[in-house]
Design a protein around this ligand. Structure first.
Ligand SMILES: NC(=O)C1=CN([C@@H]2O[C@H](COP(=O)(O)OP(=O)(O)OC[C@H]3O[C@@H](n4cnc5c(N)ncnc54)[C@H](OP(=O)(O)O)[C@@H]3O)[C@@H](O)[C@H]2O)C=CC1
Ligand SMILES: O=C(O)C1=N[C@H](C(=O)O)C[C@H](O)C1
Length: 278
């Protein structure tokens, strides 16, 4: 692969659970070049990103906490394709990371969840004005896209639905970005779900979960031993229809992440959801 056709990639959150998987996937893709590995964890500064990710050979890319200088460096690289920032950091950091990347003309591919609707709107505006592609993808697994498609089909026939999402207990945000997106997609079907037939009293606040779009409730479970799981449960007289997706290895997200890195340079605005680029 010549330099001109190679896409330079910066991974932000490189020492994290997802960041390490992304480092390995980028290293295996012949059209992608890992240029930078950013992470704020003090103990990982200066370590080789490849070795930290478990590769047998070093990638000669050290972990650093200097995002802006790295964005500037990649933006100045004229011999390659426009650069991409892959972000798997923290809900508190992701908004500023995306703004910084776009300001440097670097295209964000964002897996970090927890952006508010207002933040997403602002970022869409910012990307549009800069005419820069940006992909915000709450879930990179193909299985979840298929589950959501099946849920939309089921929602044509069922008027009652609730979502249960189950994750490892290191997860910072609740409900999960995926569950919020699933509720949004169902809400876009234009019907009201879960019309109440009794007056409910929560004897312990939160007992009925969080109330998302169009009356759809999301229940969040956090336990060690889990990775990422979601059920969408439809109910009608005499029947229950359950859709479930289980993640057993974070490798399941990598085909989606690599596809997004390759596609983001073709975009000129912010696009939300993996289904839009399949
Ligand atoms: N879209 C999808 O398909 C998926 C999305 N996710 C989302 O991705 C995000 C990350 O998940 P995961 O990898 O499990 O989390 P981890 O906590 O394992 O990794 C996050 C890493 O980012 C570092 N970090 C935190 N803040 C910053 C910052 N400002 N700049 C650079 N690095 C930072 C953390 O350091 P430290 O630990 O020192 O804070 C940590 O090393 C979450 O929002 C999660 O919900 C996860 C899986 C799939
Ligand atoms: O934190 C995680 O692990 C995950 N986060 C994303 C979310 O909030 O939906 C995607 C997936 O569920 C894994």
């Amino acid at each position: 692969m010549s330099n001109q056709t190679s896409i330079p990639v910066i991974v932000n959150g490189a020492a994290g659970k997802m960041g390490r998987e992304v480092i390995k996937a980028v290293a295996e893709a012949s059209d992608l070049t890992l240029m930078g590995a950013i992470d704020t964890t003090p103990e990982h500064q200066g370590k080789d990103a490849g070795e930290l990710a478990g590769l047998s050979e070093p990638l000669e890319v050290p972990i650093t906490n200097q995002l802006e200088p790295m964005l500037a460096y990649v933006a100045g690289e004229r011999q390659m394709q426009p650069g991409v920032l892959v972000d798997f950091t923290h809900p508190d950091a992701v908004y500023n990371n995306i703004r910084s990347a776009i300001a440097y003309g670097i295209r964000p591919v964002v897996g970090t969840t927890g952006l508010s609707p207002a933040q997403l709107e602002e970022l869409a505006d910012f990307a549009e004005k800069a005419s820069t592609g940006c992909l915000v993808i709450p879930n990179f697994s193909i299985g979840m896209v298929l589950l959501q498609e099946a849920a939309l089909r089921a929602s044509q026939y069922f008027d009652h639905v609730e979502i249960i999402e189950l994750h490892h207990n290191q997860k910072a945000d609740a409900p999960s970005g995926t569950a919020i997106q699933t509720a949004q997609l169902l809400a876009e079907m234009g019907k009201t779900f879960n019309t109440a037939i009794v007056v409910e009293t929560e004897k312990i606040p939160g007992a009925r979960g969080s109330l998302a779009d169009e009356g759809i409730r999301i229940h969040s479970v956090r336990l060690p031993g889990l990775i990422a799981h979601q059920e969408v449960i439809f109910g009608a007289a005499g029947q229950i229809y359950t859709l479930r997706h289980d993640t057993s290895d974070r490798a399941c997200y990598m085909p989606g992440v690599i596809l997004a890195i390759r596609k983001v340079n073709q975009l000129k605005s912010l696009v939300y959801g993996l289904e839009k680029i399949l």
